[in-house]
Design a binder for this molecule. Sequence first.
Ligand code: FES
Length: 147
Amino acid sequence: MSANQPNIVLFQCQWCLYAKTDQDWVENSLPENMHLVKTSCTGRINPLFVLNAIQGGAEGVMISGCKPEICHFKEGNIGARRQLSAFQKLLTHIGFDRSRIRFVWMDLQDTGRIQKELATFEKDLVDLGQSAVLVTRKPGFEGGMHD
Ligand code: FES
């Protein structure tokens, strides 16, 4: 990827995009530098998954979930937010800018928002510049995130 196309991993709760057009877009039409990981709830995202993405070359990680009051697993997203926020602090401590991890909570009326959020995030990452501080293996997501 070029400096203007930072690798972004999108962890997306499978329930949070209410419009079929948005879900189809993230599944089939994400730009080449963006990589989707669908989850059953943001509460299922282990911080080590995020670390794995960063070690594989992600310059930004977006976590897209349901609004707190409409999480299908009651408070899964609140727990995820709490856990991942603490993890963000750890990453910051070791040199990974916390703004490279972004949470987005979606609601029923948010059709078309995911595209805008990703575009804004990508621009913000370009402004931040490259971050290879935690990369431990050759960047690249072809064939998935796993070695
Ligand atoms: Fe969507 Fe929990 S079900 S964040």
